[in-house]
Design a protein around this ligand. Structure first.
Ligand code: PMM
Length: 269
């Protein structure tokens, strides 16, 4: 069964006195709604990794997400924390997170691997070649599948060296990170190689530009969240087909429905 990770972004939309409280309440409510939709995990993040996004301090990041993690973990949710900061990862695990999702694969913060090793949390190591401002400058490959798999192997080796056992390691090819939309589709062809590498694989295609490229290939203009989420749900089925462990999505309900139809199609066994 492919697991569904629902995305909860905690980004205050206001700096007024009510801003923090309002964003906390909104994030908790969103997390609850995603669980009702059938999310197996909630990925909680306080810093946008989108191209061109400005970075927030670790203190600000923790102020945003730790209370949200505490509330949702206390309600029984399995929480993943989307952070590149070791200090935030430690604070999030103390608040109840069971997975550290580091889009930099431990590269952004030299303390990340040892910090995770000292906890019992799982770690998602994503393929990454630099902060979002540099995103496309680093998107140069001779053999993209070989390089992504190879660079992920180096991150796995670093995790092991820090004392994180294999069963706690998840790998992610990092769609959209240091890759153009077209290159993301090339990486898709290498998913089988990643799945057979022995670690659990997570992928995130949700609402990404690669879906726009796929649609335009058929003369379809991808506009509106609903259509993005339909396209995302299709990728979730194909990911399940490829043996991926979990998919990170915004629209949990659409992916759950798509996966249910696939299960009916395939049969339970
Ligand atoms: N993508 C985003 C953020 N975090 N984490 C993992 N493991 N894999 C991803 O593909 C990934 C991620 C960017 O997406 P968002 O801005 O829509 O959350």
């Amino acid at each position: 069964m492919t697991l569904v990770m629902g995305v909860v972004n905690v980004t205050p939309d206001s700096f007024s006195d009510g801003g923090r409280y309002a964003s906390h309440e909104a994030a908790v409510a969103h997390g609850r709604a995603l669980r009702l939709d059938g999310a197996d995990l909630l990925d909680i993040g306080g810093e946008s990794t989108r191209p061109g996004a400005t970075r927030v301090t670790a203190d600000e990041e923790q102020a945003r997400i730790v209370p949200v993690i505490e509330t949702l973990a206390a309600e029984g949710a399995t929480i993943s924390v989307d952070t590149m900061n070791a200090a935030t990862a430690v604070a999030a695990v103390a608040a109840g997170a069971r997975v550290v999702n580091d889009v930099s694969g431990g590269l952004a913060d030299p303390d990340m691997m040892s910090a995770v090793a000292a906890t019992e949390a799982d770690v998602v190591l994503q393929h990454w070649r630099g902060h979002s401002a540099d995103m496309y400058r680093t998107a140069v490959y001779d053999d993209i599948v070989g390089e992504v798999v190879g660079e992920l192997g180096e991150r796995v080796a670093a995790a092991r060296a820090a004392g994180i056992p294999d069963h706690r390691i998840v790998v992610d090819p990092g769609f959209g990170f240091g890759k153009t939309p077209e290159q993301n589709w090339q990486v898709v062809r290498g998913l089988a190689q990643l799945v057979t590498s022995g670690h659990r694989v997570l992928i995130g295609t949700s609402r990404k530009r690669m879906l726009v490229v796929a649609a335009s290939g058929a003369g379809i203009e991808l506009t509106g969240e609903d259509r993005f989420d339909l396209a995302t749900a299709v990728t979730s089925v194909l990911a399940a087909q490829a043996g991926v462990w979990a998919v990170r999505v915004h629209d949990v309900a659409a992916t759950r429905l798509a996966l249910a139809v696939r299960t009916a199609w395939e049969g339970e066994g």
